[in-house]
Design a protein around this ligand. Structure first.
Ligand code: UD1
Ligand code: CA
Length: 455
């Protein structure tokens, strides 16, 4: 069966109190609408149409990569009016699935159930039993328990308001029938809107059965109307991801203090994450990796047996097997570390490759450098890679030893097994196997008197 999914996303979201259209607010760094889109993209034989309106330019610009039919609803005259905008693109024989762009955590299984319940004689409606259904349309059933209609909160009588079964707004319906009912909608109600929900009563009158189903959890059908609801769904989503990772063999010291804002495409086992770890973008993490508290990892590849100590920031970096990072290290984009590299506290590495078993343990800046294997870089070493206009490379060959507090003025090459004396400013290439240093001769003044204070 062919499916057309219509995602309603034209609303303003006044209660967000934001310049940003509601559907562009994010959960796990992904816009609300993108969550809905990604989920229904997994449906087979499905065409996606997005009805947008409020913040039209920004919405189109921000989500231009989404492959969908975009239909602008210039004036937001109600959910029925929104679906009417797509009417002429709906085929009679297909199933139309209606979703909301601000209900981000709806599950594929729930949606599949709905589409399976549709045929020429039945319409599928997703309802939810709520402790407090305030604000929701109520599902009105007849004496035999069959759905008779949906009444909006604002149009409901006091007895109808007691109904706990709410309308999620999500439904699936046969295309030809939907179009017929859409044509008959009026805005004769308290809000003066064209309610999509009015098609239920029309369907019943046409002898169509309303088949209801319910989501596994209420959170699945919650919409975002304000930032409190946004944060609630962020936590729900994060906990779902945390649970999934734990099932896959990851230890999280506290799943409530773990955030994945992206994906881990290759995931090893026996990874241990301390609290407040944030993982962003696309990553790969190998077996037996330890990640210390308060560490932020983004778009990085972390190989087996790596240990990252607390408070590191790792961005677009590759870390080779058995390497040890931190605490307080910063790996910036295009950092590539081979196996068993040690990067210690207050070390910043940018656009540099460091070969196997090299150590940069304290207070250094290594930028635009190619560092060989078994190199030892002493505390306070700085590659002076920038003259204020251009950037230059530093090459440090295998086995070199750089004494503490050294400035390497790029472009410069330190030869194989060279030793640089501490406190040097190196402006010229340093030959292999030799000791190179640039240091003023140390002098001591005998009989020197300390100044005394004048009255
Ligand atoms: C709607 C339902 C209500 C249900 C509730 C669930 C109707 C008449 N009522 O009410 O039964 O319990 O959702 O949350 O359908 N939208 C547009 N264009 C419009 C109006 C809305 O695209 O002209 C979009 C909104 O962006 C939103 C969705 O449709 O994503 C729902 O709109 P909203 O105004 O939140 O509907 P409710 O009044 O809450
Ligand atoms: Ca709503």
């Amino acid at each position: 069966m062919k499916i057309t999914t219509i995602i309603l996303a034209a609303g303003k979201g006044t209660r967000m109190r934001s310049e940003l259209p509601k559907i562009l607010h994010k959960i796990a760094n992904r816009p609300l609408l993108q969550h809905v889109y990604d989920m229904c993209q997994q449906l087979e034989n499905n065409t996606i149409k997005i009805v947008y309106g409020h913040g039209a330019d920004l919405v189109r610009e921000s989500l231009q990569d989404l492959e969908a039919g975009w239909i602008e609803q210039k004036q937001q005259l109600g959910t029925g009016h929104a679906v009417q905008q797509v009417s002429d693109q709906i085929a009679d024989a297909e199933t139309v699935l209606i979703l909301y762009g601000d209900v981000p955590l709806l599950k594929l299984t729930t949606v599949k159930q709905l589409t399976a319940n549709v045929n020429d004689l039945s319409l599928a409606l997703l309802t939810v039993n709520l402790e407090n259904p305030t604000g929701y349309g109520r599902i009105v059933r007849d004496e035999s328990g069959r759905v008779a209609k949906i009444v909006e909160e604002k149009d409901a009588s006091s007895t109808e308001k007691l109904i706990k079964e709410g309308n999620t707004g999500i439904m699936a319906v046969q295309g030809g029938q939907l179009k017929k009912w859409l044509n008959r909608l009026t805005n004769n109600n308290v809000q003066g809107e064209y309610y999509l929900t009015d098609i239920i009563e029309m369907a019943v009158a046409d002898g169509i059965a309303i088949v209801t189903s319910q989501p596994e959890t209420v959170d699945e059908v919650l919409g975002v109307n304000n930032r409190i609801q946004l944060s609630h769904l962020e936590r729900v989503y994060q906990l779902e991801q945390a649970n999934y990772l734990m099932e896959q063999g990851v230890t999280l010291m506290d799943p409530a203090r773990f955030d994945l804002r992206g994906s881990i495409e290759m995931l090893g086992i026996d990874i241990i994450c301390d609290v407040n770890v944030i993982i962003e973008g696309k990553n790969s993490i190998g077996n037996n990796v330890k990640i210390g508290a308060n560490t932020h990892i983004k778009n990085s590849i972390i190989s087996d047996n790596v240990e990252i100590l607390a408070n590191c920031v790792i961005d677009n970096a590759v870390i080779g097997e058995g390497s040890k990072i931190g605490p307080y290290a910063r790996l910036r984009p295009e950092t590539v570390l081979a196996e068993h590299v040690h990067i210690g506290n207050f070390v910043e590495i940018k656009k540099s490759s460091i070969a196997a078993s090299s150590k940069i343990n304290h207070l250094s800046y290594i930028g635009d450098a190619t560092v060989g294997a078994q190199v030892n870089i002493g505390a306070g070493t700085i590659t002076c890679n920038y003259d204020g206009v251009n950037k230059f490379r530093t090459i440090i060959e295998d086995g070199a030893f750089i004494g503490s507090d050294t400035q390497l003025i790029a472009p410069v090459t330190i030869g194989k097994n060279a030793t640089i004396g501490a406190g040097s400013t190196i402006t010229k290439d340093s030959p292999e196997n030799q000791l190179t240093l640039s240091r003023a001769k140390q002098v001591s003044i005998a009989n020197w008197q300390r100044p005394v204070k004048h009255d």
